[in-house]
Design a protein around this ligand. Structure first.
Ligand code: NAP
Length: 343
């Protein structure tokens, strides 16, 4: 792909998307990002400038709500040079009262709106990458079964009705049904573009730009920032899963449209296991000033269990061809940025 290619990124101010924007600009792509307000777009542009990115190749367009019919039509009518469309925008929150309206509709309809706009107003678009999640792949909670294993062909069997039971299931449903909408659209309409999907695990790692408001950090980054607020005698809360670093997730979005062998594929972005005690152990070891401030917990519980029988993403790794960042670096860089000068 030529470096003059124009790439559109929906949800450009998101945690993952800001890293995608930076990596695209570094690779000399032209970037158009959708943001929900002018103020958010200007802040993103200012942040890029403050890190010495030339913003000649950066533009933003305002799309306040991806879930509204025709949400992307004007952007694509106005920018006929876009040839790659990265759809990252989707609600990532569990603090919702109306699961259908706040989670399912924007995720599913947002995806449908993106694909319909491309078919109608972006016939020159050749590559589409959608950010899904391992939530669209694995079962969890009351649906989990002993000994299950997952790979790029697995689907979360959750039903639409089951996803209305709680915000956690609602998020899983939103990712599952949004991703299914995309694959079904492609199989039914045989569009001009090829589709690739990125399915990340829990995403850790630093924000693309300095943090100005810790309370407003995206959901997955709060997993680490909340542990840093513990007092010496607090218990370390239970919490475990599979993680990946945000810089790898951003990189994968680019490989997904650049490489022919990534077309039509789901790519599982998963590095390995994590648990809260392991995060605390890494933090106490790497930052001696925190040793007396953070609880010690039970360091032995920080041992990470092998999840290679549960998760197999070898096919993804072969396509991506780069090494994933490990838990220690991901946690170290996150903590360093969150605590900054107070370290
Ligand atoms: P994030 O920081 O919350 O980013 C989400 C982006 O989507 C934000 O720019 C948000 O805009 C935008 N958005 C949400 N609802 C919207 C709507 N109705 N209309 C327009 N824009 C809307 O979260 P993230 O972690 O970067 O997530 C990005 C993508 O990765 C999502 O698709 C998410 O499901 C997926 N993912 C994330 C993780 C993770 O652990 N972080 C794991 C797997 C998959 P505002 O902020 O302005 O509201």
């Amino acid at each position: 792909m030529s470096s003059l290619t124009t790439v559109f990124v929906s949800g450009g101010t998101g945690f993952i998307a800001q890293h995608i924007v930076k990596q695209l600009l570094k690779r000399h792509y032209r970037v158009i990002a959708s943001v929900r307000s002018r103020a958010k777009g200007e802040k993103l542009r200012d942040n890029l400038q403050s890190e010495n990115f030339s913003t000649t190749n950066f533009l933003f367009e305002i799309v306040p709500d991806i879930g509204i019919k025709g949400a992307f039509d004007d952007v694509l009518k106005a920018n006929s040079d876009i040839s790659v469309f990265l759809h990252t925008a989707s609600p990532v929150t569990f603090d919702v009262t109306d699961i259908k309206k706040d989670l399912l509709d924007p995720a599913i309809e947002g995806t449908r709106n993106a694909l319909e706009a491309i078919s109608k107003y972006g016939p020159q678009i050749k590559r589409v990458v959608i950010t899904s999640s391992i939530a669209a792949i694995q079962t969890f909670g009351r649906f989990a079964k002993e000994g299950e294993s997952f790979d790029e062909n697995s689907w979360n069997p959750i039903s639409y009705e089951e996803s209305l039971e709680s915000p956690m299931y609602g998020y899983a449903g939103s990712k599952t049904f949004a991703e299914k909408t995309a694959w079904e659209y492609v199989s039914k309409n045989k569009p001009n573009f090829t589709l690739s999907v990125i399915n990340p695990a829990m995403v850790f790692g630093p924000q693309a730009f300095p943090i100005t408001n810790k309370a407003a950090l995206n959901h997955s980054s709060q997993a680490i920032s909340k542990l840093l607020e513990l007092k010496p005698n607090d218990p370390v809360p239970e919490g475990k899963g599979a993680f990946v670093d945000v810089r790898d997730v951003a990189h994968a979005h680019i490989v997904a449209f650049e490489r022919d062998d990534a077309q039509g594929k789901r790519l599982i972005l998963l590095t390995g296991p994590y648990n809260n005690q392991a995060i605390v152990n890494i933090t106490r070891e790497d930052f001696p000033t925190l040793d007396l401030i953070l609880p010690r917990g039970d360091p032995e519980k920080g041992e990470l269990h092998d999840i290679s029988k549960r998760w197999n993403n070898e096919a993804t790794k072969k396509i991506l061809g780069f090494e994933f960042i490990g838990l220690e670096k991901s946690v170290h860089d996150s903590v360093q940025q969150i605590l900054g000068d107070s370290l």
